[in-house]
Design a protein around this ligand. Sequence first.
Ligand code: SF4
Ligand code: MG
Length: 341
Amino acid sequence: AEAILSATDLVKHYPIRGGVLRRTVGQVKAVDGVSFELYKGETLGIVGESGCGKSTLGRLLMRLEEPTSGSLIFDGVDVYKQRGRAMRKLRRDIQIVFQDPYTSLNPRKTVGDIIGEPFDIHPDVVPKQGRRRKVQELLELVGLSPEHINRYPHQFSGGQRQRIGIARGIALNPKVLICDEPVSALDVSVQAQVVNLMEKLQDELGLSYVFIAHDLSVVRHISDRVGVMYLGKMAEIGDEDEVYSRPTHPYTQALLSAVPVPDPTLRNKREQIVLQGDVPSPANPPSGCRFHTRCFKAQEKCKVDVPELILRPDGAGEHFSACHFAAPREIIETIDVSGAA
Ligand code: SF4
Ligand code: MG
């Protein structure tokens, strides 16, 4: 598969300031050495608990933040080295859909203005007299009526507002869409509709998605591959099916074992892995493997040696795990994806 986006050793540390002199007294290691590729036309899901760095990673991929170090190549172009006109061109190609459809749309603007906003920043994409028609096309593309163009955000439901957010996200014909918890604020019944819309648009427009979320079942449904983050690092990454049914990293195994089991006949068959303690502070991550303070498999070695992402031992698919003792563990399938077709 051909990569459209390729991240190498991305690092983002934020200084912590303290004292009257506001000196730097520490660093929050929000993203701390993350590498992966996004293939053309695929959806890469990124999951993890809050504070694992997934949202910061999304902002780095959009270059809404400058990295502390590391590189990002988009379609052969070194993103963090671009300036001026070249960077503006890149901004068209990588767009974002935000989490909260209630706060990300300006309540005083019409839907037409909101969706047309990207054309103000990139006026060369659609000529002025063609804009209204283009916005109406976009409304239709996301399943809304072209007549909605003069309405305001409060006249729409949460699901419809997220469709408006998506229309804005695809207005400039981007190649990559960074989706930061795009359905988390929506009712479960509406989530599937929005996810289905995103899949339809992906096929029609040839988009590649990075889909960031904490909800394991939503990520499973939409993703081709999945990366699991813990404290600023990638713990495991691989084909969706392998990561979900035969995870090799103890953290992924624990996360999946905690997903509720709806079927009572299966409930007793699955052993729940209970993690010790809370997620440590990203300002002071544990030595060695960051997960060692909570891991049920931790050994002495784990406190000292940082595990690298390596191909899983039995070589099943393209599946990497950052664990000294990575081993596949069958997880009884309980994630219901039937709600979305
Ligand atoms: Fe657990 Fe050690 Fe593997 Fe880290 S390296 S996940 S502490 S077994
Ligand atoms: Mg897909």
